[in-house]
Design a protein around this ligand. Structure first.
Ligand SMILES: [Zn+2]
Length: 491
């Protein structure tokens, strides 16, 4: 006990009082039956640590080092000490550290206590190894030259000259753009030490000045690719499902593009349709950099299963190796523009009745771009009072597509068009009550439903690549399936 009092003298007065109280409690706790100690713990958790001190000092129990019981409503929950709020050591903790050593102190030496005390109370002061330097970030302004920015940074004309003699600096710093940042580091005498300029998210140009003169290097972060999984079931619409799965707008559009030859994302999706994808994420030095490609995807649309696997040629193929690209897009309008895409029995925009209709209507904002469903030749680009502005495209002897009520036509009669080329914008010209695209798909002179018509099969992957592709496809689709199972199990 005498040793503890000696120790108390090392502490400030307030801590002395607290510690004195603790010591009293400690002594009390040794003699009070353990049930009482438990009661105290359940009524005031903030006391837990203090009372525990008493137990440790008294019994030297080592089993409680890792967990600490907290009682709530009569149940005891083990609370790992690691979950306690990490804070700078408080007077209590200093006391505890001391006291814990103090339990050793009963048969150990005072030196132990002092070292424990010193260790906790001393604030570690980190002395900078190098001389002090100050770093400041300068934003390139409109019309800035490197010389102007350096002048603003208080650098000498000689610094500018010497730096622009370095080849990498010359190449990159003489074409700085407004908004870019240049970091300038000086020593405490105001002399230039470093210039740091981020060339892109991965590469940084670093120019150093020391006794030997100026030097430069480009530092590159290590980029690694990780494979991620996402999946969703559509309940309101595809966009929301994609967002809900954590996909970016760009990834949602990519997914729609991959399956855009098979599925009309504007009109053919139904509640319960679902998808799962594997995609790349790139990390630079462990920090998220950007999303990479979709590697594999599976889409269930109205009970039909579609798959896509990205091959090293950058193209997507079904898991069996058929090209995703086909002669026709399922929809000439990107789904993101189309409203009421979940209304299979939509009303005709003119008559207000559901009726047999030789085409498909896409309701969207005036000005929405309209794409050629396939490559072909424009056989009509004109205007009349019924069709408004219209474009007809003949793809070959079998297939013709027609686009009506356009606001603007962007192709001329006789012109050839590529698949996906913008041929006009959606409008409300001709006999209509509201803006929409009326789209017709004609096979051998007969109007067919473009959303269900059997389309020419696409070519499979090159035979030389087939076995290599199938191995990749098998591996990715297995991984996709495995992730789906894991997710199902966790729901
Ligand atoms: Zn129509």
């Amino acid at each position: 006990m005498g040793k503890i009092i000696t120790l108390l003298k090392l502490l400030p007065r307030l801590h002395q009082i607290i510690l004195s109280v603790l010591v009293m409690i400690t002594i009390g706790a040794i003699f009070i039956p353990s049930d009482d100690a438990e009661a105290s713990r359940s009524t005031n958790t903030s006391l837990t640590g203090k009372i525990r001190l008493g137990e440790q000092a008294g019994s030297g129990a080592s089993g409680e080092n890792t967990t600490n019981d907290t009682k709530t409503n009569g149940y005891a929950y083990p609370v790992p000490l690691a979950f306690r709020t990490p804070e700078p050591p408080s007077a209590d903790e200093i006391a505890r550290n001391t006291q814990e050593s103090g339990s050793l102190d009963l048969n150990g030496s005072l030196d132990l206590n002092e070292s424990a005390l010193t260790q906790v109370t001393d604030n570690p002061v980190v002395e900078p190894e190098e001389e002090r330097e100050s770093s400041e970030e300068f934003t390139v302004r409109s019309g800035d030259t490197l010389a102007a920015l350096f002048k603003r940074a208080g650098l000498t004309a000689r610094d500018v000259y010497e730096i622009t003699q370095l080849p990498k600096a010359k190449k990159n710093l003489l074409k700085i753009m407004p908004g870019e940042e240049i970091i300038i580091v000086k020593d405490d005498a105001g002399q230039l030490k470093r210039v740091v300029y981020h060339l892109d998210p991965i590469s940084t140009l670093k120019i150093c000045k020391d006794d030997k003169g100026y030097s430069e290097e480009i530092i590159k972060k290590t980029v690694e690719s990780r494979t991620k999984f996402a999946s969703a079931t559509i309940s309101s619409n595809f966009w929301n499902a994609g967002v809900g799965a954590g996909l970016t707008p760009n990834q949602i559009m990519q997914l729609a593009t991959i399956f855009g030859w098979d599925i009309d994302f504007a009109l053919d999706l139904r509640q319960g349709d679902n998808f799962a994808i594997l995609f790349e994420e790139e990390y630079a030095d462990g920090e998220f950099l950007r999303n990479g490609n979709i590697l594999a995807a599976e889409f269930y649309n109205q009970g039909d299963r579609y798959t896509a696997v990205r091959y090293k040629d950058g193209n997507y193929y079904s898991d069996e190796g058929r090209s995703m690209r086909k002669a026709f897009l399922r929809s000439p309008v990107d789904f993101k523009y189309v409203s009421s895409s979940f209304n299979p029995r939509r009303l005709h925009p003119v008559t207000g009745q559901v009726k047999a209709h030789r085409g498909v209507d896409y309701v969207a904002a005036v000005g929405t771009p309209i794409k050629a469903a396939g490559k072909g030749r424009v056989i009509k680009s004109g205007y009349n009072q019924y069709n408004g502005n219209y474009v007809f495209i003949k793809h070959n002897e079998t297939y013709t597509t027609k686009y009506l009520h356009l606001k603007k036509r962007k192709v001329k009669q006789g012109q050839t068009v590529k698949q996906g080329q913008i041929i006009g914008t959606l409008g409300s010209t001709g006999r209509v009550t509201g803006a929409h695209l009326h789209y017709e798909f004609i096979v051998n002179g007969v109007h067919r439903n473009p959303r269900t018509v059997k389309l020419p099969q696409s070519l499979p992957i090159d035979s030389k690549e087939k076995s290599s592709f199938l191995a990749l496809s098998k591996q990715l689709m297995a991984k996709l399936e495995q992730n789906k199972q894991v997710q199902l199990a966790s729901q």
